[in-house]
Design a protein around this ligand. Sequence first.
Ligand code: CU
Length: 619
Amino acid sequence: MSLTDESPSNSLLGHESELEPPRWKEESRKHRTRSCSLVFIATLLLIPVTILFVLYLPWTSASKAPAPDLTTTPETVSVVGPTRDLRLLLRPEDHVSRDPTIQYFSWNITKGKIAPNGVQKDVFLINGQFPGPTIEARSGDVLEIEVFNFAEEGISLHWHGLHMRGANHMDGPVGITQCAIQHGQTFTYRVPIDEQAGTFWYHAHSELQRADGLYGGLVVHNHTTPLENVSYQYDKELLFLVGDWYHWPSDKVLANFMDRTSMGTEPCPDSLLVNGLGYFECGMATHGSPVDCSEVEKPWILLDKVLRYRVRLVNVGSLTGFSFTIPDVEMKVIQVDGGGQVESSELVNSVGVLYPAERVDLVVSWPETVVDTDTKIIVELDKEYFLRPNFALTPTQSFLVSPASLTPQPPNNTTGTHRFNLREAKGPPLFTPLPDPDKLFMIYTTIEILNRLGSRPHGFINHTTWEPQAVPLLASPRETWNEHQLIPWTGPEPVWVELTINNIDNSGHPFHLHGFDFHLISSYEGKGGWDYYNPFESKPPRGGAFNTMNPVRKDTVYVPPWGYVVIRFLADHEGIWALHCHVMWHAGSGMVMGFQVLGDEGGLGGGEMGRQAAMLCGG
Ligand SMILES: [Cu+2]
């Protein structure tokens, strides 16, 4: 999305030279002043040159920027630019052949009123942009991100899917590994990428700010040969950040969910966004929730359909899963989450359901007969959670994909939908089966409405509903942790952990484990009876034998209703790693726990990471 008329339509790419908004306004003014000191005639001659220079400077002088004045909020730039192009083209060519490096970023976080789909909302902006700038890197890079918080509330950022080896204190969850970066404070995240490569994203891990737009894409390009564009046969890469969207601020949505009258049903979203753009018919707004709305052009995308594209798709939403369809393409699923390979030769034209925080990578190509026709991307929100219907929502939306040719032909709508079911994805065969687990853990998760909690719905894992502690767990001894913390210890040595997540609810929960990838060895949707799995009993699992030969590798997994998943991971690096549902309203009401990996039974408070974790606390 453009920040101003001068920026190119693909300025979302997140390269430093392109993403600098407010701070350089200062510098522009200085140049203007200097030009005024020239003699009159020279000034007249220089005016056009100066104007061009001033306009050009903000986009090129990232490294010369002065430190911002944290007492003054930077001017908010309107982010609804003249273009409604959804295209977010990546630049792997800038990363795959270079040496690993430290990449520096400087981010001003503000909140501003924008209208991504025509409806005004207070949204988090990073350097004036929503979504935040896309980070592109290669494995081996280190990211140093200096965050200036101009927003009125405390914030933190999480690097979703990155292992953060040796850097648990940079992982983001407030109350677990850090205190929030308060208004007026600065904090530098130092994020090691190590050997990971794949599709990631970053988002707020404080309060509910992810649902108010504090997120962006993070792509780590694989540098190993043969390069992935060769092995998977594609020409260009596109990123799609897709998710549901609420017109209400997130605290109001959570309050609605946690109200006695909700009976635990989730508020339905109002709209959906693709790369920060959407479309809403103002007339659809209901009486009960009036909106400040103006009709905007429906977003679209222009693509050269002769080329083959790698599409990196991320669900950045708060509640719902979605399916993604392009009717006339040949689409192949190649990876899920952060580079977990998928073994499939199946050609489809649709993929789903992708749940909040999950990612899928696809190779998309158009048959020669349709490269000159108009086509569309169809995003269909899954209706699983829509028990309280929202008549303002259009759950299935399509976006025009125009070919590069000057005279596009009408769409060819004769193809049916052939969908790849992501719940059935398998990985490549392993050389040896997964090791047997050294430690077994089992949890039950559910939304409970209890008398003692005011008959308000709360997310529970076992008997614990999570609330953040003032001092993060990483910085404090275990004996000081309160009854809202469920943090089992995997032991002092690296071990293979097998975790069974039983879901007692009649709708699913997409669970995310911080710090590790896991192998998904079983997933089972129950029928509504007591269909759960208890590894400490001898009864065989209802879902059949575990897949230890070709399990898919992920960091976020949908736990089906009345059923379970079983995952295995090597718990080998120190930290307190959160495990939680990625539905904002479930996590926000308590469906959060964690694992303490390594250290001793007293916690990790005595170590260097623990000391660092407390840095922002108490001041
Ligand atoms: Cu959930």
